[in-house]
Unconditional design. Structure first.
Lengths: 239, 133
């Protein structure tokens, strides 16, 4: 099985080296690519120094969701069977990769979420964000009929089925992790969640600021509504 | 409706017609959007001629007793439709730009000779993949 770990990064000069070295020292047979979302610093240069391929956006395409199109296109282009999103800010641990990839290797799931809130070990995020995540997770769980605890987790893995869906069929912008999960679910992906540990970022700050605390819920609800409205169209396309 | 407002509407209609047609000629206006602007110009021009018809429609069909308001309502309606179409176009363009950025980035990585994702610990220990589209 061809596995790709896609490291997403934006101005992560200070963190990317540690992240890539962590991946290198715990490589269990996967390939790595960095999706650099138009960084102004030396993120891409550091990747090149470490001889890791880097796909550099000529301009920044928004938050982490702006890299999703690129890594799906890349994974589809190179015929990967499994794709894993891995944050370049050092929050994700390479030792947790086998847990995320495992259900796809065993053909038990097509969309695997690494959840911080199952074993509740390691970095748990702020209280305000946890309330938001919990609300959206409950909403998404009720739609997919499967308990999801960390819908916004950036530590995710996708099977070939999901890669093909976003690489060929669904050619629209993806705004939100809830939308991504729901669209995958409607496309026939089996959803699974595994417990993982995360750590707090060492350098820099999160892409989410105070303004996002207000806009995120609204955008999230609209993205979920949009996905629900597209449900039938996606399910027809599956047949 | 007074003569003054009719003349203003007529003059505005003529200006609209001229500007829209000039932009169509220069290819700076897509014909599909020009249609909407031309409709607006036609409406403004028609006010001078068909004012009694609009007045009748405004009072008996819609229930607006001051016929001048029909001008404002119609123009606002046109603008709302136009903004709606622009929102749809911007959304589509936004995704197309995203796809282009993504395609260029992947192509550049290929050209840089780093297209094959890194496997293992050392550089160049694998052959470029032949799989893909």
């Amino acid at each position: 099985m061809k596995i790709l770990v896609s490291v997403i990064a934006y101005n992560e000069e200070a963190n990317i080296r540690t992240t890539l070295e962590d991946l290198r020292s715990h490589n269990c047979g996967f390939d790595t690519v960095v999706i650099d979302n138009g960084s102004h610093d030396r993120t891409a240069a550091v990747c090149q120094e470490l001889h890791v391929p880097v796909v550099t956006h000529c301009i920044n395409t928004g938050g982490s969701m702006g890299t999703v199109t690129s890594y799906f296109n890349y994974a589809y282009e190179y015929g990967y069977d499994c794709l894993c999103q891995f944050d370049g800010d050092g929050q994700h641990l390479a030792t947790e990769l086998p847990s995320i990839i495992g259900p796809i290797q065993r053909d038990e799931a097509d969309y695997v979420i690494g959840s911080r809130f199952i074993s509740k070990v390691g970095f748990q995020s702020t209280a305000l964000r946890r309330i938001g995540i919990s609300s959206f997770s409950s909403l998404v769980s009720s739609i997919v009929g499967h308990k999801v605890t960390d819908v916004t987790s950036g530590f995710r893995a996708y099977s070939r089925k999901v890669i093909r869906f976003f690489g060929t069929q669904y050619r629209y912008e993806i705004y939100d992790t809830s939308q991504l999960l729901l669209l995958s679910h409607f496309a026939g992906a089996r959803i699974a969640e595994v417990p993982i540990r995360m750590r707090e970022r060492v350098y820099g700050k999160s892409e989410y600021g105070l303004r996002d605390a207000f806009t995120f819920p609204l955008k999230g609800i609209l993205s979920i509504t949009g996905a629900l409205l597209q449900r039938q169209q996606i399910q027809v396309g599956r047949r | 409706m007074g003569l003054k407002i009719k003349l203003i509407a007529f003059a505005l209609g003529l200006v609209f017609f001229y500007v829209v047609l000039r932009n169509v000629k220069r290819n700076t206006f897509s014909p599909s959007y020009a249609v909407l602007w031309l409709s607006m110009a036609a409406f403004l021009l028609s006010i001078a001629v068909f004012e009694p018809v609009y007045k009748w429609g405004a009072t008996h069909v819609i229930g607006i007793f001051d016929a001048r308001h029909i001008i404002y309502i119609t123009l606002i309606g046109f603008l709302l439709i136009y903004v709606f179409l622009l929102t749809s176009m911007v959304t589509r363009l936004s995704y197309q730009v995203l796809q282009l950025i993504s395609a260029i980035a992947i192509l550049e990585a290929k050209l840089a000779g780093l297209s094959k994702p890194h496997t293992g610990a050392e550089k160049g220990d694998t052959e470029p993949t032949s799989r893909g589209r």
